[in-house]
Each structure stands twice: as C-alpha cells, then as structure tokens.
Design a protein around this ligand. Structure first.
Ligand code: M6R
Length: 593
C-alpha cells in the first residue's frame, strides 16, 4: 500500500513520475511529487490515477520525492495526498504504513498547539519532526532528529523526506525500501526493484530499523542503524531484474492479457527447479506439522495446497495470516510453513512469518516479486517467474501458486519430476487449444453480458474445487463489484439455499471425481428452486442451465476450472465499464495491517 519513489539525478522529477507510474499498483487514490530547487521545496499533488495523466511537465531539478497513495487515514483529497510539507517548508515527507499510536500522538501535538491541515497519520510525523527541530533550535531536518522521532512511532512504517538543504533520507520498518545507484552517483529510493529507472546499475535492500541518508552537496550516502546509531556497510549488488516491458496488446487490459498468459507461463514455475522442489519435499517429510499461510487469493491457493498435503497423508493446516492467533502456540522448530505471496510484502503474512521464525519454524516461500521481504526471511524460497502481474487482481500469480502446490503433491505421491514436466507441457498444449476455441470464448463473453444484470451470485465447488469456488467469488467481488459468495456444494442445503429463488445465478464447478454425484445433487436442488446453474465442467448434463466446456485434460482440474471463471469476471467488469486493472479501493501490495 502506497509507493515511495525518490531520485537524485538530472531531471529528477521526470524520473520520479516514471517511477511512480511503475509502482502505481501500490495505491492509486492520489499522487504527489516534491522537488527541490534553489533551496525551496515545491509540492505538486493530484487525486486520481497517474496512468490517466496526460502532458504534465516538470521543472528540471536534481532532487525529487514522490508518492502514490492508498488511503488509510483521511479521505482521498488533495490535502491528504503526500508529500506533506513542513509548516516552515524545510522538508517534505511521505509515508508507507500506518502510525498505530496516531491518536495518542495527535492529541499531544494538538495540546502543544500544532495545527493539523490534513486528516492523515502522516502529518503527525511532520508535526513531531517540527516539534523536535524547534526544541533543538534546528532550522533544517538532520538525520539525528529524523531517526529519534521515528522511534516514537508504532506500527510498520517506511518514511522518506527531502530537505531544503539537499538531503534525501528514509527509514524503513516493515514496508519495503530499496536504494539504487549508478556510476554517475545518481541515486533512487524505491518501494520495489522493478520500478527503478533504467539507468540504475546497482541496488541494496534497506532492512527494517535502518536509515539511509544521501547528501546532495557532499554526495555522501550513509546507512545507519537507528537504534545503535552505528554506520552499516552494505554492498550494492548488480540489478539483475528489470521491469519487463509489458503492453496490453489486443487484450485492452493487463488482467485479460494475464489470464491468457496462464497458458504459457506454466513451465516456468517448475523448470530447472527439481533440486529445490526435492529440498522442499524433504523439509515437508521431516516436519512434525505443516502449516500454510497467506491472505486473499493467495490463501485460497495455500488452502488448496494444505488440502492436497492432507490427501497425501501429511498433517497440514491452512492459516489465513490475519487469523493466526489461535495457532501461535503450535509453531516450533519441527514445523514447516509454506507461504504464498505474489508481492512478498503483505504485512499480515510477513508479521506471522516473523513470529514463526522466532519459534524456530522453517519457512518455504513462493513469491513473484524479486528482492521481497518474504524471500529474505525464508529458509527456502521459490520465485514463481510468471512475469510481473500488473493488474491488481491476481490471476497468473494465483495460478502459479496452485501449480506449485500441485507439483509438491505430485512429488510427495511418487511422481518423477520429469513426468511432471511432461504433464505440464501436455496441459499447456490443451489450454492453448481451449483459448483458441472461439465458440467457447464467445459463450463465456455472452454469459458474462447476461450475468451483469444480477446483483448476487453464488459459486459452488467441492473437494478439489472447493478453493476454486472461493477464489471465483473473490474475483467477482473485486473486479465486477457483484456480491458473490463461494462455498462448498455440501453447504448449500445447510442454509444458503434460502437465498435461491427464480433465476438466482449459481456458478458451479464440477470435477469428474467422487464429488460429482454430490455436486449434481446440489445443482438439482438449485434448479428445483428456479435457480440458474452455470456449470464449468468437462461434460454437459441436463441439469445445467448453461454449460462452459473445460479443456480436455487428464489433470489440473483446479487450474482449468478457474480460468473460465476469471474470464467471465473480467468480461463482466468490462461490460460494466470498470477499470479491470485498477479496481476501486484495492492495492496490489497490502503492506499495512
Ligand atoms: O501479495 P500477496 O499475494 O501476498 O497478496 C495477498 C492478497 O492481498 C491478494 O491475493 C489479494 O487478495 C488480491 N486482491 C487478489 O486478487
């Protein structure tokens, strides 16, 4: 949530604007850029998406600091947008995180006479810094004051400032921060590595509790530990990850493109990784208890992995990170936890990983963002390599996570890695065929048009397809803003059936397995109440009001069933005229709790 990008270089403001565009997935309520020229800081802010911006020209400056916001405290207004300028205009500050003790700090500042102009928790930090500067009779903000004030904030926060005497400083606690540099001694501070301007050559990851400070006058760059005040020598590493230039092409949206890409990225999830997969399965075999951990869509993928592990005979429990409390006493050095996170920066997830590590549990993570915090914390980490996912709603990363879990299951149940690769190639081929079947694609589009008339939709799945039903419902909520609930086909008669009336649409995911008979029962119960059953299955049946034909594959029923529902959701949102890549109120990387 929220993106930070700062630059010291020729034409810094332009570089910041470009950097912010690349991290806009972190929040797109509003944006702002502060620039330093001849000792004066000017701030430009705007509400709305940066990507909608046309013809904006910035003055030539050497130092700029920018921010894209995902509102937590205070509405989406220009005043609440970052950067926030100090009253004496000596610095401008941006924040990624939440000041958890903000009420207490705000009251104290108000009683000390500080006048707030915004509703943000960020302005509290500005007020505290100004107060401390006054106490110390300092006209400009120095690293000592910056670090001292930061220590009064609770919560996961990363903050950055530019000062009117030409300093760029940032402190990280939780929310990610990286520093890039090149041989001209240009610098950039950014929330992720892929956003760094193309002329950056090397980078470091700033760790929690570290302050980075760059002085434009002396060109001195220093990293310090804010508690011990010791200077830390960090070695810059070459940047080997670049943002893949990604165009929407004929798809018109990243989401639709990324759904289609699922047919081609499959082999990348496993290729060349036999050794690591075998290591992971050894860790799982040696564990007393296995946990899976994630949030949102990723938690449906981990839920499915835990389900498969139990089927393979392992004690596995799926934990949603924000509901981990009751499990805390179960973690120990014999536990192994599988963690999925597209971003590797999800605060709810990473906080539990930190706790697990303290108790000695081993962490296996599956992430799609290079250099992420979660990767750094893991005993064994896998990069999904499905390519950057630019649409906020997860599709191909989720797909990769499910494939990763299925691969682990296949190995644990005796399949050779080579045979798994063959199976994946076959699946890839069948999926491509399915995508190029115009009749099926048109049918999904037409169904989507029809379903936009409804306000509520239910999704039923069971067994192998239970978590696919939960994920389908989440996608419908996120993108097409339709109230959708996913649940097990078995649950229907225990309550939800009360909501089924004439024409209520019920999306049903049916596998050719032992659950089929029970799913058919549920489907006939829906039909008996006049409901409309839209069924994603391999074979048609008289009970289905509408049938969406699945690819003719032996395996990967979860993966093939999720695609038609993703497509349907995407088309529904497009019909309604929504921005499918940047749905309202969401952000791709949820770095606040
Ligand atoms: O970056 P992560 O995979 O850890 O994110 C977890 C969830 O926030 C994420 O899956 C979210 O539910 C998406 N909006 C799904 O489309």
């Amino acid at each position: 949530m929220c993106g930070i990008y700062a630059s010291y270089s020729k034409n810094a403001a332009k570089k910041v604007l470009l950097g912010l565009k690349r991290i806009e997935y972190r929040g797109y309520d509003s944006w702002g850029i502060a620039s330093l020229k001849s000792g004066n800081i000017s701030v430009r802010k705007q509400i709305g998406k940066l990507s909608n911006l046309k013809d904006i020209v910035f003055e030539q400056v050497d130092l700029s600091l920018g921010h894209t916001r995902w509102a937590t405290h205070g509405g989406v207004t220009k005043i609440n947008a970052h950067p926030h300028l100090a009253k004496n205009k000596s610095f401008a500050l941006v924040q990624n995180g939440v000041v958890e003790n903000y009420q207490d700090l705000k009251e104290k500042l108000i009683s000390a006479g500080y006048e707030f102009v915004s509703e943000t928790d960020t302005e509290i930090i500005v007020g505290l810094l100004e107060q401390e500067m006054e106490k110390k009779a300092e006209k400009t903000l120095n690293p000592e004051i910056f670090a001292k004030v930061f220590q009064n904030l609770s919560g996961r926060n990363t903050i950055a400032v530019i000062t009117n005497d030409g300093r760029l400083m940032a402190i990280r606690h939780g929310s990610p921060l990286l520093v890039g540099k090149n041989s001209r001694r240009d610098y950039c501070f950014s929330s992720d590595i892929l956003s760094m301007s193309d002329d950056m050559e090397e980078y470091i990851i700033v760790d929690s509790g570290e302050m980075v400070s760059f002085n434009c006058a002396t060109k001195e760059f220093v990293v310090t530990n804010i508690e011990t005040k010791m200077v830390i020598v960090k070695k810059f590493a070459p940047i080997d990850h670049r943002a893949e230039v990604s165009e929407k092409n004929e798809f018109g949206s990243y989401m639709l493109k990324e759904i289609h890409e699922q047919a081609t990225v499959l082999p990348r999830v496993v290729s060349g990784l036999e050794k690591n997969f075998l290591l992971a399965t050894k860790m799982l075999k040696d564990a007393d208890q296995i946990f899976t951990l994630a949030c949102g869509s990723a938690s449906f993928a981990t839920g499915n992995t835990a389900y498969l592990l139990r089927k393979a005979g392992y004690k596995a429990s799926a934990i949603e990170a924000y509901e981990a409390d009751s499990y805390l006493n179960l973690f120990n050095k014999y536990s192994v936890c599988i963690v999925y996170s597209q971003s590797g920066e999800t605060a709810d997830t990473n906080e539990i990983v930190e706790l697990m590590k303290k108790k000695g549990a081993k962490i296996i993570s599956v992430v799609n963002m290079p250099g992420s915090t979660l990767t750094q914390m893991s005993d064994l980490s896998f990069m999904l390599r499905v390519g950057p996912e630019l649409a906020v709603a997860s599709t191909k990363a989720f797909f990769g996570q499910v494939l990763w879990g299925t691969t682990i299951y296949d190995i644990l149940t005796g399949l050779k890695f080579n045979d798994i690769e063959i199976k994946i190639n076959e699946f890839e081929h069948k999926l491509k065929e399915w995508f190029s079947n115009n009749e099926i694609q048109k049918k999904i589009e037409n169904l989507a048009k029809d379903l936009t008339k409804h306000e509520h939709l239910f999704v039923l799945g069971r067994g192998d397809l239970y978590y696919a039903s939960l994920e389908s419902a989440l996608k419908l909520k996120e993108i097409s803003y339709i109230h959708a609930e996913g649940f097990s086909g078995g649950e229907l008669k225990h309550g939800v059936i009360a909501l089924i009336t004439k024409n209520t649409p019920v999306l049903c995911l049916v596998a050719e397995d032992k659950n089929k008979a029970n799913m058919l029962n549920a489907i006939s119960e829906v039909r008996a109440r006049g409901g409309r059953t839209i069924v994603i299955a391999k074979q048609d049946n008289d009970l289905y009001s509408d049938w969406i034909q699945l690819p003719d594959t032996r395996d990967y029923i979860f993966l093939s069933s999720i695609i038609p529902s993703q497509l349907m959701t995407c088309y529904m949102a497009m019909v309604k005229g929504y921005d499918v890549d940047k749905p309202r109120n969401l952000a791709k990387s949820v770095t606040v709790k």
